[in-house]
Design a protein around this ligand. Structure first.
Ligand code: PRP
Ligand code: ZN
Length: 283
């Protein structure tokens, strides 16, 4: 049994649970408790505050965890980073009142900076040789400058709307963060085996995420032209249709390429183009 720590609520919760579901891990239904076993895979989910996840994994209370790189770096606990997960992307940034004149990091010398990430901030300021006064607050950091508690903040920025509504401006990005899968450094062989299966499944979900399955009808006389437009396809599936002057072409594409080639496909004679989501892809 592998115990996975997941944030109980907040920015990581939903995406973490969705990822586990897409990886085929079903949880025992019923009331949601702190520790929920899966009914079809040898894992159990331990719901925690995100701040507590790095320590719980480092100490072995949980075997693995899904947590933001921001929390992981701040807590500086010894864990093994297994995989970047690509969701909950955000950055840890320095922000100042929007009308302040800013010419560079020197601005922060002697200033008071409010943050919930004193570890990352002090390491950054030390490295840059800036002496500032770090003021630790645990929530609503963004209101600190407005009420005169600090001159600037160092906090998570995602859409940027919190900064805007508090008349602040992002001036330095210090860390680019996203969700990561981390593991305890001393897992037993049995636990490692379960983790490997989990990582394999997550890889299949991730590989499928950016891809689309595309079907289209093509006049046989135009087949060469259409195949020439499809990027990097070694051997697309070409199937006969009832009307033997036409065929059906199936292929898998990066979604971003699809938008680049859709007009070329139409110009080459493709019709009835269908674009479908792919749930998993085993490479
Ligand atoms: C963070 C941060 C800001 C907000 C920024 O809080 O403290 O309040 O997100 O996001 P935005 O750029 O999209 O507006 P979070 O929601 O993680 O809650 P927490 O501060 O309670 O951890
Ligand atoms: Zn938080």
């Amino acid at each position: 049994m592998l115990r996975i720590a997941v944030q109980s609520k907040g920015r990581l919760y939903e995406d973490s649970m969705a990822l586990l579901a897409e990886a085929g891990i079903k949880l025992s239904s019923g009331k949601r408790t702190l520790l929920v076993p899966s009914r079809n895979f040898p894992v159990e989910i331990l719901f925690l505050r995100d701040d507590d996840i790095p320590d719980s994994v480092a100490s072995g209370v949980a075997d693995v965890g899904i947590v933001g790189l921001n929390e992981l770096l701040e807590k500086a606990k010894k864990t093994r980073e297994v995989k970047r997960l690509g969701f909950s992307k955000c950055r840890l940034s320095l922000a100042i009142p929007k009308d302040a004149v800013y010419k560079g990091l020197e601005w922060f010398s002697g200033k008071k900076i409010a943050t919930s990430y004193p570890g990352i901030l002090s390491a950054f300021l030390n490295e840059k040789g800036i002496k500032a006064d770090i003021h630790v607050i645990t929530g609503s950091v963004e209101i600190a400058p407005g009420i005169g508690l600090a001159d600037a903040i160092f906090d998570i920025v995602s859409s940027g709307s919190t900064l805007i509504s508090n008349q602040l401006r992002e001036v330095e990005v210090v860390v680019d963060s996203e969700a990561v899968l981390v593991a305890n450094e001393n897992l037993t062989p049995e636990k490692n085996e379960i983790l490997e299966e989990l990582v394999f499944r997550i890889g299949a979900v991730q590989a499928a995420d950016s891809k689309k399955y595309i079907l289209m009808n093509v006049p046989k006389s135009q087949l060469e032209d259409v195949l020439a437009v499809l990027p990097g396809i070694k051997s697309p599936t070409v199937m006969p249709l009832a009307n033997d002057e036409w065929c059906s072409v199936h292929t898998v594409l990066e979604e971003k390429y699809f938008w680049e080639i859709i007009n070329k496909l139409k110009a080459a004679g493709a019709e009835g183009i269908l674009v479908l989501d792919i749930e998993k892809m085993i490479l």
